[in-house]
Design a protein. Structure first.
Length: 333
């Protein structure tokens, strides 16, 4: 198992939409952790280029992350929200459903064979899991409840990633329902480890060596960390997001930007539109994509998603390799 070969129990969280880069993943792997590439939102061609670049940077193991496609949303459920955004004169796209290139990215993984493929927003079928494992690719599934953990175990997953409510970015829940449970990491770790016997990687609000040691004591075999790496020079974090991460501003869960629950640093768009946002992903994601892209380019941190975990204020602008070793310090004692 890949986790057994790591020098440090540190796994880089895949951060789709910019912060995840081959340089960041390579630095974490070279330092003895497990680097990850986020393939979400990339074309298969772009994903292949990133995998090739990462392979040119390190000869150590790394993982890639895919989004499991869901079902198209009822247009009536999101039409009022889209109309409200249009009336505000915002730069918008169309409420389009897509599967994020699922088949082409699975084929790419089978061809390129990274050490690990992790999955978010659902659990791949038993057939997909078996095919990947037969190709020598470990299958990790991100879960947010004990029921999801049981399903992933039944389908043959090698490792579970338990995502607590403190985590930045999208909730990994298998369903995008309004009534999905949201467990804090400590409670979730207890529930998942009691439900299944698989190795569990903990993620959500982990930003210090003490926190890493804490989740290991609670039953995790490693810590997956994202926000704490967002200020690293190797990360592709845009300046407005770097500034927000370094601030003490609070975070909250919102559907305003994408129609799927996600944790981000509070800003004007969340305040104005969060209360009305429907559960409709990826339709709302595609609607707001032009608005968010323009805001990132303009450095307008009030108009795009500032995904970050609850402990973002503890992030340090250290090289990723140095940070990997520092985060594992207490785990070695």
């Amino acid at each position: 198992m890949v986790l057994d070969a790591l020098e440090h129990p540190i796994v880089l969280a895949p951060m789709a939409g910019g912060p995840s880069t081959p340089s960041l993943a390579g630095a974490v792997s070279d330092a003895g952790g497990l680097g990850f590439l986020a393939l979400g939102y990339l074309t298969a061609e772009a994903a292949d280029e990133q995998i090739a670049e990462l392979r040119g940077l390190t000869d150590r193991a790394f993982g890639v992350n895919l989004f499991v496609p869901g079902q198209a949303s009822d247009p009536d459920s999101f039409a009022p929200y889209v109309e409200r955004l249009r009336r505000a004169g915002l730069q918008l796209g169309e409420p389009r459903f897509d599967d994020d290139g699922w088949d082409s990215k699975l084929a790419l993984i089978l061809d390129r064979r990274p050490a690990v493929a992790s999955f978010t927003f659902g659990c791949p079928s038993s057939e997909v899991v078996s095919t990947l494992r037969s190709a020598g690719v470990e299958v990790w599934v991100t879960v947010t409840s004990a029921d999801e953990a049981r399903l992933a175990a039944e389908r043959g997953a090698d490792v579970l990633i338990a995502q607590g409510a403190e985590a930045g970015g999208h909730r990994a829940s298998f369903d995008n329902r309004i009534d999905m449970p949201v467990y804090g990491l400590l409670a979730l770790l207890q529930l998942v480890t009691a439900a299944v016997g698989l190795p569990v990687v903990a993620t959500g609000g982990i930003a210090t060596a003490v926190a890493v040691a804490g989740v290991l004591s609670a039953g995790a075999v490693a810590a997956q960390i994202g926000t704490a790496f967002m200020l690293a020079p190797e990360a592709g974090t845009v300046p407005a997001l770097r500034e927000a991460v370094a601030s003490g501003r609070p975070t909250e869960l919102t559907r305003a930007f994408t129609g799927r629950l996600a944790r981000g640093i509070q800003n004007r768009f969340m305040d104005e539109y969060g209360a009305d946002a429907p559960a409709a992903y990826p339709e709302i994601h595609n609607v707001t994509a032009p608005l968010r892209g323009a805001a990132r380019k303009a450095g307008d941190g009030e108009s795009f998603n500032l995904w970050a975990g609850e402990a973002h204020a503890l992030a340090e602008a250290l090289p990723a390799g140095e940070l990997t070793v520092a985060l594992a310090e207490d785990a070695r004692r």
